[in-house]
Design a protein around this ligand. Structure first.
Ligand SMILES: [Zn+2]
Length: 358
């Protein structure tokens, strides 16, 4: 099940292939991992075959990243591999990727301020909140290129394009203002939303249809009225990542009170109930008014995906695209999706739905 995406701008940068996490440490044991460079190659090939117009991402300065992220996080991500290598971790200790081992939780600090830490291996947990989001030699180049792709797609929509797609890798929606995790480093969707705002869009909504809750995006905009976040995802209360966040009673705070919407779904949910969830997100966004939409386009809610228990079909994704595309101009940002055999068709199906609506 695919559709037509002839002429759709697909923004991409070859540096997105340079991030090789080389697996993850899951429950204390190294595993191969599924966030692999081939994901991007497979998507690029499927979109090219479906007639999309592939455009290379423009490079951007740090300002657009600083609109969303703390400078300290950006500097950490940009330099930690060099520090790790200089510290001899790969050569002398056989640690071939940056991985945290101690986390300055509220319980550890006991109310004391977070100090700068001398040991490189002690610094990582101040930013990285899990052990499955590793950094290697080409990671920063890919992280930066993914953000550049999102920014370039946002600029196309600002210039009048109805739909533009950013083929971002690594994904972004689990990354917060000063934190990274969940295979995400910088929040590409939030960066696109902030860029749309600064280019003049009064109200921007992020609609997240990845199988997992986008805890990073939610946190970034939680107290903001002008960017609303709405997500349908597998229920963290049923035992799924990000475990601590993504519940239905999280509605925003302060100026953002009522702007946030979470629709958690039971494992095993298929098209009918998932599309009802997407429809609820669209109603919420329509009610608040949106000049532009950012879609966190994860296709890991599909039945064949190894990372989630949801059972959505390609036709379900296409119909979600139609619903979302009817709301306004859309920047679609790639998030998850890990079954290499089916993700190309799923992304093409969603984008064809977005285009059919526009
Ligand atoms: Zn996901």
């Amino acid at each position: 099940m695919t559709g037509s995406v002839a002429g759709l701008p697909v923004v991409w940068h070859p540096d997105c292939l340079r991030h090789e996490p080389a697996g993850e440490v899951w429950l204390g044991v190294w595993e191969e991992g599924t966030e692999v460079p081939e994901r991007a190659s497979v998507l690029l090939e499927a979109l090219t075959l479906a007639g999309a117009a592939v455009i290379e991402a423009d490079l951007h300065g740090p300002e657009a990243l600083l609109a969303v992220h703390d400078r300290a996080l950006i500097e950490h991500l940009a330099t930690i591999w060099r520090q790790w290598e200089a510290g001899g971790y790969p050569a002398e200790y056989g640690r071939n990727r940056v991985v945290p081992y101690v986390f300055p939780t509220a319980g550890l600090l006991g109310g004391l301020p977070l100090r700068p830490v001398a040991a490189v291996h002690g610094q990582v947990g101040a930013f990285c909140y899990d052990t499955m989001t590793l950094v290697g030699p080409g990671s920063w180049e890919a992280i930066k290129a993914a953000a550049d792709a999102a920014l370039t797609a946002a600029a196309l929509v600002t210039a009048g394009q109805q739909v533009a797609y950013a083929l971002c890798r690594p994904p972004g929606h689990h990354a917060g203002r000063a934190s990274y995790g969940g295979s995400c480093y910088l929040n590409n969707a939030a960066i696109a939303a902030a860029a749309l705002r600064s280019a003049g869009a009064g109200r921007v909504s992020v609609i997240d249809i990845d199988a997992h809750h986008g805890n990073g995006t939610q946190a970034i905009f939680y107290d903001r009225a002008e960017v609303c976040y709405a997500s349908v995802h597998v229920d963290p209360g049923a035992g799924w990542f990000p475990h601590y966040v993504g519940y239905a009673d999280e509605r925003g705070t302060g100026d953002g009170e009522g702007a946030n919407l979470n629709v958690p779904l039971a494992p095993g949910t298929g098209d009918a109930a998932w599309l009802e969830g997407v429809s609820a997100l669209c109603e919420h966004v329509r009610g608040r008014g949106a000049d532009a939409i950012v879609v966190s386009l994860g296709v890991d809610a599909a039945a064949a995906d190894p990372e989630s228990p949801l059972q959505v079909s390609a036709e379900g994704y296409r119909r979600a695209g139609e619903m979302i595309g009817a709301l306004g101009p859309v920047v679609a940002v790639q998030e998850g999706g890990y079954d290499l055999a089916s993700i190309g068709g799923l992304v093409v199906a969603t984008l064809s739905g977005l285009l059919a609506a526009g």
